[in-house]
Design a protein around this ligand. Structure first.
Ligand code: CA
Length: 340
């Protein structure tokens, strides 16, 4: 058995430089979440500069850190918010450059990395084509989308070309968190709840639920979505989602919430996989395995954001069979991302 970590972040110098320019050029009101997150990580604090250094590296330091924490392989992709904060033409060309660079690193270290492609959702037709290029020509294993794109969600019909491409290529989309958009973030900010502590989960969980209730999985039954943080809280809500969705549909209160072919929990169990990123907590991992299925939960570390080498102990010591542990660390990732 080897340990594969399935939600690991990278960002090249060019992207970080562009983030710096965005922070300098645009007013905070434009995207307070982006300012909160990258204003910190591109700032002077030691934790921030260590992260900014680590996140750019795809060779010596990262491989050393992986060895120190017993990680054989990373599923690595462009860090949030990726290219999604830029205008569509910039985002589209930058995604392509990032994918070429990341594919080069996979070629240098083929046994240590597999990669997901960055795409620019705001030009959905080009994003679908870039995903196809990344999978067919660069050997990438799927796409990452950092939740909302400037306040818009993938259940809107204009994003269908991306979902169609993922379905046709039979690759998953990792729906990674983003900071809440301007229309959502106001009550989070004063108490520092906009980021990984809670805001990410609220925003990304909302995004995934929108896909479910909008009937995206009825229209794209083969679509596979991966979310981190043990499903952004949603596994705990399965019973209530089914119960309340039934009464919501019966009430006919919302023209945008129509009947589905199945219950919300069915899609969350059959179209969705979750990773343990940032959630190294045995009871929560066991609960997710229990309600979603043992084959639905994959290990992730969230390097370099949450680089705590000794955390793998939680998974090493989880009270499950060795066969189940091998699925959690290796087998589920190999099957989901078709690593072999
Ligand atoms: Ca992450």
């Amino acid at each position: 058995m080897i340990r594969i970590a399935a939600e690991e972040a990278w960002a090249p110098k060019e992207v970080l430089e562009r983030y710096r320019r965005l922070l300098a050029e645009k007013s905070v009101a434009w995207d307070p979440g982006f300012h909160s997150l990258w204003g910190f990580f591109l700032g002077p604090k030691p934790r921030a500069s260590a992260l900014a250094r680590r996140i750019q590296d795809l060779d010596d330091e990262r491989l050393r850190d992986m060895d120190a924490s017993g990680i054989a392989m990373q599923i690595v992709f462009l860090s949030a918010p990726g290219v999604q904060v830029f205008d569509a033409p910039t985002a589209t060309s930058l995604a392509r450059e990032c994918n070429d660079q990341l594919a080069d690193a996979v070629r240098r270290h083929p046994s240590r990395y597999a990669a997901l492609a960055a795409v620019a959702p705001h030009d959905a037709a080009s994003a679908g084509k870039e995903l196809e290029r990344a999978v067919r020509k660069l050997g990438m294993k799927g796409a990452v989308i950092n939740s909302h794109t400037q306040g818009e969600y993938l259940d809107e019909p204009k994003y269908a070309p991306i979902l169609e491409a993922a379905e046709a290529l039979d690759v998953p989309i990792y729906l990674h968190p983003n900071t809440p958009p301007p229309g959502m973030i106001a009550p989070f900010l004063p108490r520092g709840l906009d980021g990984a502590i809670y805001g990410f989960a609220v925003e990304t969980g909302l995004h995934l639920l929108r896909l479910v209730v909008a009937g995206v999985f009825d229209r794209h039954p083969k679509l596979r979505i991966v979310v981190g943080h043990l499903g952004e809280g949603l596994p705990f809500w399965l019973f209530r989602l089914d119960y309340m969705h039934r009464s919501m549909v019966i009430s006919e209160r919302y023209p945008g919430a129509l009947p589905l072919q199945r219950q919300p929990s069915d899609y969350l169990k059959e179209n969705v996989w979750v990773t343990t990123s940032g959630m190294q907590w045995a009871p929560a991992i066991r609960f997710a395995q229990q309600v979603l299925g043992i084959e639905r939960v994959l290990y992730a570390m969230d390097y370099p954001y949450q680089f705590v080498p000794e955390e793998v102990k939680v998974t090493d010591e989880l009270a499950i069979s060795e066969e189940e542990r091998a699925l959690l660390y290796q087998g589920n990732a190999e099957r989901l991302f078709r690593l072999k």
